[in-house]
Design a protein around this ligand. Structure first.
Ligand code: NFS
Length: 654
């Protein structure tokens, strides 16, 4: 057990590090129990100021070299690498890491889909044959006279090119609005296949290779687009075919979803296959019977992070919280087993789980953690793994041996807004259409659309930046769409309910009330950010809002980002034409050529651009100013004042 350092205890004021009351209470309990969490470690471990601005290089061992971020052109690395080379190489490798993670995930979904289609994987089935057929048609595959199985196998072969193709354009380039695709072709940034793009970045960023930040930026854009319109899009689309396309479902979020008198099992990670099999295991009558015999009222399955967000939207499985709550939830003592797969699994979960006698179980061959029990998950026999985890959890329930303390906080919300459902919701079942959305944007009731997504990060107050930003956006009639840990932050704050329409400005409020929808729509996990790309494409294709994604009055933000995946996502939004603002900080040095290219130059090339600020209110105003600029360019700028939210009106909001 890691003991809490007295210094960090003194320094850390709980109210300053999290807005999540459950997490805060468990942080307090952890302190009393002598257990450290990431919040404490972040207070102890100051971020390296040189690395934070990406002014250092360790691409070879002649260094590592440190440049001066205050006077960036005063020095070069031992090899002569300039600040622009160093920053672009570092950022390129972050994008490669994020894109590789999503493509690896997407490839696993593709292999599962192929196995189901071939009939070699029997525990899963394709739940949405309509979407399967629609995808085949969209990608130009024949459907007339073909069986579901034939279509599925052809689709699997076609989508495999997303990863393995070395020439040409990835399959979902066919979905990209024509004018956007034209810009990409002109700039030579259409991805060929994810593997070659990721390999290309890793090779070019090797010491002594590509040392022109402009040429590297092309590769960065390709690698990012191979994520958004590549691996992530395949994960979302085939996930829908396999497990069902989400439509709105009411579900509970927060630590209060744990039940003291039940066996509590948390699944935390990113791939839906483990979670879907766990859902079958916890509903198996023989396992439920054993749990009852051990004194439990039942087995309670709960999600966390991104696979949790997917299950929340698809099946209404309750969700305990986002990334920065994954350690804190163990402090409740109520978690009998936490099963993890890949990505965003903090290594410290092992020692925290140990303190509270929880089984922390890794399941994926790509993600073992030293000290954790490993029960390998195999798609041909998934229940062997998930049944064993349930059995371990039941045994731990029967002999918990720790005090259980669950913050009784539950927030209800409506989740599961897919692109398909938005189309149906706005247009009706016989006339699915984005026309009402576009019309309401053109007539000014809705000012624009903002995607607010991404992580939580202990360098800023958990959830607070997300919530403050979204409050201000909806108050200014900006419809907000969300995914990932950000969606969970807003769900905990009570914004994902139709009743939250009263917090919106008069125009957005009117639309929400007419349709019966919340002003904040939850679209799922981080790979489901591709639903935002698809929705943006539908807005362009509907007409009236320009010809490319870059013309739309939309903006994006990741207010509390932390992962390489977040950088890859941000970059694919920028390359798709979206103004994207990051909170926390941004790994570039201001007033350098590379920074200026990313924060302005790319927009001049017909793409989007980056912005950054830690202040959520400033972030909202930056996004609204961009939306208004786009409205003006489209000639739909009705005179309307931006509402500046002062302290009094902020207090009124929630
Ligand atoms: Ni996205 Fe999901 Fe959360 Fe960030 Fe991590 S869980 S894939 S990376 S922290 S939003």
């Amino acid at each position: 057990m890691e003991k809490l350092d007295r210094k960090s205890e003194k320094r850390l004021k709980i109210k300053e590090v999290t807005q999540c009351e459950s997490t805060g209470r468990m942080l307090e309990k952890a302190r009393n129990d002598g257990v450290t969490l990431a919040f404490d470690r972040a207070a102890e471990m100051k971020a390296c100021p040189i690395g934070a601005e990406s002014a250092c290089c360790k691409m070879c061992y002649m260094g590592p070299c440190r440049l001066n971020a205050r006077d960036p052109y005063s020095k070069v690395g031992v090899c002569g690498a300039t600040i622009d080379t160093i920053q672009s190489r570092n950022l390129g490798r972050m994008v490669a890491g994020g894109s590789a993670a999503h493509n690896d995930h997407g490839m696993a979904v593709l292999e599962l889909f192929r196995g189901v289609a071939k009939g070699t994987i029997l525990d899963y089935a394709s739940k949405d044959p309509y979407k399967l057929e629609a995808l085949c048609q969209e990608l130009g595959l024949p459907t007339e006279g073909f069986s579901i199985q034939e279509m599925a196998l052809a689709l699997a072969d076609e989508l495999e090119k997303t990863y393995t193709q070395t020439e040409g354009e990835i399959p979902f380039a066919k979905r990209v609005p024509e004018k956007t695709l034209e810009t990409w072709r002109k700039l030579d940034i259409v991805p060929r296949g994810a593997m070659i793009e990721v390999m290309g970045i890793m090779s070019r960023t090797h010491m002594g290779c590509d040392q022109d930040y402009r040429n590297l930026t092309k590769a960065i854009n390709k690698t990012a687009l191979a994520d958004g319109w590549g691996g992530s899009m395949v994960a979302t689309e085939l996930g829908d075919v396999l497990f069902g396309t989400p439509s709105p479902v009411q579900a509970d979020v927060n630590f209060g979803v744990l039940k003291e008198d039940h066996v509590n099992i948390i699944v935390h990670g990113h791939e839906p296959n483990l979670f879907e099999s766990m859902l079958a295991s916890v509903n198996d009558p023989s396992l439920v019977k054993i749990a009852r015999e051990k004194g439990a009222k039942g087995i309670n399955l709960v999600g966390m992070c991104c696979s949790g967000a997917e299950m929340l939207g698809r099946h209404g499985v309750p969700h305990a919280g986002n990334f920065m709550s994954t350690e804190a939830v163990l402090v409740t003592g109520a978690v009998d087993a936490m099963a993890v797969d890949i990505q965003c699994i903090q290594q410290a979960l092992v020692s925290t789980a140990d303190c509270y006698k929880t089984h922390l179980i890794t399941t994926n061959p790509r993600c073992h953690i030293e000290g954790a029990r490993h029960v390998e998950f195999e798609e041909h026999t998934p229940r062997e793994c998930t049944d064993e985890i349930v059995t371990l959890a039941i045994a731990r329930f029967a002999d918990r041996g720790v005090k259980v303390e669950i913050p009784q906080i539950v927030n209800k919300g409506v989740h599961g807004f897919s692109h398909e459902y938005i189309n149906y919701m706005l247009g009706g079942s016989f006339r699915g259409s984005y026309a009402p959305l576009n019309e309401n944007i053109i007539n000014g009731r809705i000012r624009g659309v903002a995607g607010v997504v991404g992580c939580v990060n202990p360098r800023v107050k958990q959830d607070w930046v997300h919530v403050e930003l979204v409050k201000e956006l909806i108050r200014n009639d900006v419809l907000v769409i969300q995914t990932g840990c950000s969606q969970i932050a807003l769900a905990k704050a009570g914004f994902l309910v139709p009743e939250a329409a009263h917090l919106a400005g008069p125009g957005l409020r009117e639309v929400c009330e007419a349709v019966g929808m919340p002003p904040v729509l939850g679209l799922g996990s981080c790979v489901d950010n591709t639903r935002i790309l698809t929705a943006a494409t539908a807005m362009v294709n509907q007409g009236g809002l320009g010809e490319s994604i870059a013309d739309l009055p939309v903006a994006g933000a990741a207010p509390e980002w932390m992962s390489e995946k977040a950088v890859a996502i941000g970059q694919y939004f920028v390359a798709s034409g979206v103004y994207t603002v990051f909170g926390v900080g941004f790994p570039t040095v201001k007033d350098t050529k590379f920074h200026d290219l990313f924060f302005g130059g790319l927009e001049e090339q017909g793409l989007g651009k980056w912005g950054t600020t830690r202040d959520p209110h400033e972030m909202a105003q930056m996004m609204i100013a961009h939306i208004d600029k786009k409205r003006k360019e489209l000639g739909i700028d009705r005179a309307r004042e931006r509402v500046l939210t002062d302290m009094a009106s902020r207090r009124e909001l929630v």
